[in-house]
Design a protein around this ligand. Structure first.
Ligand code: ADP
Ligand code: MG
Length: 379
């Protein structure tokens, strides 16, 4: 290894909300790729806050602007890059684009997300299921006003749920446009048969969207993630949360696909970065009941989660059956077809949380889709 590779060091400016002092503390977090270690410096008090150490909760993949990293159960938000070397490196390798699953892709949301992670090698930084009103659709597609296909396009995009995503990868705009393939589905099938539009598109409906420039990325992300408000139903619902470890292991798409193919409706879905306080708020009924409560809290805040409102008749029972027993080892023996048997590792890292008791379902969905969604509009 070259000398400069051994000494390579990245610097990030992080923010940590200290609840005991009710203020935001600022740190410099250094990352050493040669051994994966981190070090924290406290610029206010001019001292090293944490000596260089390897942490299982922080890996190279977790380092991008906007992510929240777990350092000894404290959630540090990566607010900015700390030096020009880091900024240049990450702006190139972790650039972002806006991708969207259009209404005709609804039943394939899981399959498409699975391909995004496991074939395309993208990271999803934000994700939100919502509807586009006619007004928002006309803003989104303003450049096409007056074209012969305009009315068809507006009807198409407003006909049902869309899934907006911020996607991260080197040269993301170009990489995503190439991954989705040509605009015309027949052309995609002929010229790029492995592209998303070739695989999932049909006739005049090409299933996925991709931004065409940095200006479009900004405009489209601002519209979908900040402006559009998604209302949960809060009736006949249950709440399912994909845990950070399952997302990091690339299993989010497979889990979503099982839910949809088993006949459940996903009526709300959003990616959230929750901290320890929010995890405790959400899981307060389990405090003193579950022996691994505090590990469970930590496991929810070491990366993004995907929360869902799921609907069906008798949905709480049916979804719990599909999810399986809390302990994946038991699930593997007794219920091998359940989500936890397939994607869980142990009682804490058991892939998903789902509503236990009928009476908690509305509260849990309300927590994510009204409470958190309203005061964390960025996510
Ligand atoms: P892209 O989505 O690849 O950036 P455009 O920006 O040109 O393509 O068009 C936006 C969307 O409008 C397309 O994805 C497609 O859904 C629809 N569209 C474009 N051209 C046509 C057409 N000739 N007929 C029907 N729909 C079209
Ligand atoms: Mg376009």
């Amino acid at each position: 290894m070259l000398r400069n590779e051994v000494n390579q060091r990245f610097c990030f400016l992080t923010e940590f909300y200290d609840p005991s002092a009710a203020l935001i503390r600022h740190y410099q977090v250094f990352y050493y790729p040669s051994d994966g270690a981190i070090e924290i410096y406290d610029p206010k008090n001019n001292r090293i806050f944490l000596k260089r150490i390897q942490l299982p909760t922080v890996s190279f993949k977790d380092l991008y602007k906007g992510n929240e990293i777990n350092i000894f159960s404290r959630l540090h938000k990566i607010a900015d890059y700390g030096d020009e070397y880091t900024r240049k490196y990450f702006e190139k390798t972790r650039s972002t684009t806006y991708g969207m699953i259009k209404p005709d892709g609804y039943m394939n949301i899981g399959k498409i997300i699975d391909m995004i992670y496991n074939v395309g090698g993208f990271t999803i930084g934000k994700l939100k299921l919502c509807r586009m009103s006619k007004e928002n659709a006309s803003i989104f597609y303003a450049e096409h006003q007056g074209k012969p296909f305009y009315n068809f396009l507006i009807d198409y995009i407003t006909s049902d749920f869309i899934v907006g995503m911020e996607l991260i990868k080197e040269d993301a705009i170009k990489a995503w446009r190439s991954f989705i393939g040509p605009t015309n589905v027949d052309k995609a099938k002929a010229e790029a048969p492995n592209s998303l539009r070739a695989i999932f598109g049909n006739g005049g409906k090409n299933t996925v969207h991709g931004s065409d420039s940095e200006a479009s990325v900004k405009r489209e992300c601002a519209l979908v993630f900040n402006k559009i408000r998604h209302e949960p139903y809060l009736t006949n619902c249950s709440c399912l949360v994909i845990k950070p470890h399952a997302i990091k292991e690339g299993n989010a798409g497979k889990i979503i696909d099982i839910i949809l193919t088993e006949g459940f409706e996903i009526s709300s879905m959003q990616m959230f970065y929750i901290d320890k306080i929010q995890a405790e708020e959400f899981f307060q009924v389990y405090k003193g009941v579950l022996p691994e409560y505090s590990q469970m809290i930590d496991s929810m805040s070491c990366g993004p989660i995907i929360a869902m409102e799921i609907r069906q008749d008798d949905v709480v029972n049916k979804l719990r059956n599909l999810v399986g027993p809390q302990d994946p080892d038991i699930a593997k023996k007794l219920r091998p077809n359940t989500i936890r048997a397939k994607f869980g590792k142990n009682r804490v890292f058991n892939a998903v949380h789902c509503t236990d008791l009928e009476e908690d379902a509305v509260l849990e969905c309300d927590y994510f889709f009204n409470k958190l969604a309203s005061y964390k509009p960025d996510y």
